[in-house]
Write a protein that binds this ligand. Structure first.
Ligand code: S3P
Length: 181
């Protein structure tokens, strides 16, 4: 079983997954890093050369690779939930944890980022809020559990995830409960 962290850019997936992986002594995989290693190109260059569609195709290939592994904490790119094939692969091979945050919090965390092509030229709270709203159904469909991250340390968020998964095993989802039992 893997633990997949999903959520909008800047929701804290990278930081929290690092802490969670340490707590569990599991290996951490960041899908964006995996993509960059596999293609030997930066995310920015993939978007520039192949567009979003090209990036999404590679992202799906990489999630397929990762879904064959076991015992990994996986920090997923913010748009990984947009393809149902990715969501299916994640759900079949682990538990999906959504990290939620308010658009204002997201903006504060990503405003200086130059490596997020989706926000190029649109680095403002209104655009972020609109895109979050558009993606909300995909995040809600994909998640097994949700943890709110505003005003919380990564350590506390990782503890919340740990107890939600390993202490209150009854997540109300038969497939997931069976994986944990
Ligand atoms: C994307 C999020 C990014 C990266 C790519 C596309 C998105 O990952 O995968 O730039 O569509 O939300 P982070 O969520 O780690 O920033």
């Amino acid at each position: 079983m893997n633990i997949y962290l999903i959520g909008f850019m800047g929701s804290g997936k990278s930081t929290v997954s690092k802490v969670l992986a340490e707590k569990l002594s599991w290996e951490l995989i960041d899908t964006d890093e995996y993509i960059e290693n596999k293609t030997e190109k930066s995310i920015r260059d993939i978007f520039a050369d192949e567009g979003e569609e090209g990036f999404r195709n590679t992202e799906t290939e990489c999630i397929r690779d990762i879904s064959l592994l076991d015992g990994k904490v996986v920090s997923c790119g913010g748009g990984a939930v947009l393809r149902s094939e990715n969501v299916k692969l994640m759900k079949e091979s682990g538990i999906v944890v959504l990290l939620g945050a308010a658009p204002e919090t997201i903006y504060e965390r990503v405003k200086h980022s130059t490596n997020r092509p989706i926000l190029n030229g649109n680095m403002n709270v209104d655009y972020i809020a609109g895109l979050m709203e558009k993606r909300k159904p995909a995040y809600d469909f994909a998640k097994d559990i949700e943890v709110v991250t505003d005003d919380k340390t990564a350590d506390l968020i990782a503890d919340d995830i740990y107890s939600a998964i390993f202490e209150n095993c009854n997540l109300g989802n038969d497939d997931v409960d069976e994986k944990l039992s």
